[in-house]
Design a protein around this ligand. Sequence first.
Ligand code: HGA
Length: 611
Amino acid sequence: MCGIVGAVAERNVQGILLEGLKRLEYRGYDSAGMAVLDLQGHLQRGRALGKVAALEERLTREPLPGRCGIAHTRWATHGRPSEQNAHPHQSGERLAVVHNGIIENHEALRRELEAEGYVFTSETDTEVIAHLLERESRQAGDLLAAVRRVLDRLDGAYALGVIHAEEPDVVIGARKGSPLIVGVGIDEAFVASDPLALLQVTDRFIYLQEGDAVRLSAGGRIEVFDATGLPVEREIQVFEHGDGAASKGDYRHFMLKEIHEQPMVIAAALEGRLGERSALVESFGPEAEALFRQASQVHIVACGTSYHAGMVARYWLERYAGIPVQVEVASEYRYRQVVVPEGTLFVTLSQSGETADTLAALRFARERGYLASLAICNVPGSSLVRESDLTLMTQAGPEIGVASTKAFTTQLTALMLLTLALGRVKGLDERVQADLVTALRGLPGLVARVLELDPEIEALSMAFAEKHHALFLGRGALFPIALEGALKLKEISYIHAEAYPAGELKHGPLALVDSEMPVISVAPNDELLDKLKSNLQEVRARGGELFVFADEGVGLEEADGIRVIHLPHVHEALAPILYTLPLQLLSYHVAVLKGTDVDQPRNLAKSVTVE
Ligand code: HGA
């Protein structure tokens, strides 16, 4: 993903910008660049295809000294990776722009600007911003006013950094749909895509809000303006996590920390990928739209928890995109004589991107005439990402606990984005798309509310500490969540657990139910609720002890032998994501009670790089 750094200081900023780019490398990118206003106020630019090291080498030969500048790592969405397409982009010799995001109306803007005589030198959507800015800055009073006029013309998602020779000690930043933060220094000020990029110069940050713009100027002056253009005070927050990924912070285990990070990382997975009323198809890469149009089937291949995410996606894709979907574990798929219908999209899911079976399945699939391959993955630069035609990063950040938690819910979030993107090109009703977009925007908040149930779930976990078996039930897209709940309990508490679609109960597993078999069920308020309630009665009638996570509106109350924890109401489609959380917390607390090694359960590894 693209990364932005910008700085205004009393010292040379080249080193600060370069170090910032190095710290953003983990996001994944294909080229890098920097533009600086030198001491004479002239704009100078350096760009390089490939690694930041290639840019660094160029800067050693041709330094860019100056006190005001912007820099960028680019992950191409519009136009191939090349030096020509690398940011910063210029219009003339006086202004430069870096951009993270996708300008959806870039084609119309390009036509308009070309008609006025502007000459484009790249294939990117970003270059329209540079030319619009050139035009507007000739009429607007100052650079910020010009940027505002440009923003009014842009549809889509952006975080921007802008410099102009006319105001040689000013950096303008703006964001909508893509991340941008301000770093508060002593007599100097910065912008960046995330705080990690600036920890070498400050630990004080302002998290810009949607629609905000900021002017950084000499002496460390920072002025923030809201979406309406009015000056606003935004709180300065001190970054206290240090090297967050390597430490448990205040949490007893990485797993608990990672469970609690989910509101933040789900928001990160959505960042820059949603338009007003639909998903941005280009988030999947420049060729995604054309390929998605041709896709008539989807094959999803994954292992373990990722396989469960794929199973949920089958319900979503068939319902909302109207496309037939097959889901299979990679270790089976790769040894099967798979028949691939024309126009089939091959999708892999893996946290690490190095899962051996999934990687082998991708290589096997390459010989089978698929339309294209898409990897949904958490590690930029991993083998799966490098070897796939299209990629979508889950943005979960490093996951240390072996039992996957935030990697799973961000995979689901990414798969819902895929559903919306495919739905969009396949003509899914626009209101349905808009409803899902609204629901997705509200999801991080709902996830945070479910995490507040932690004490209740911890109390519930006592009932499991002495048990040897457990049964998980769900229906529809919640069946894979029951499977995931059972897997989590097995992995870290070593309790034997099985999951069934609730309707299967009387076809066998009901024989196991007695007072020693706790039965856990997930009951959102969906069309299958009444059927699920009947299945729960069947359990109760056999003396089974029920633990139900239910929508607050379903009218399921606690009774003898039935414990109920209510979850906030959520859009039916997103219930699989929300109902995962209580099952994670339940397994975690049972494991803690049993005294197992929660983060490194016996016999298991994080990145399964062997077959
Ligand atoms: N659309 C721009 C920026 C891409 C981006 O933000 N990637 O994460 C381009 O293709 O250059």
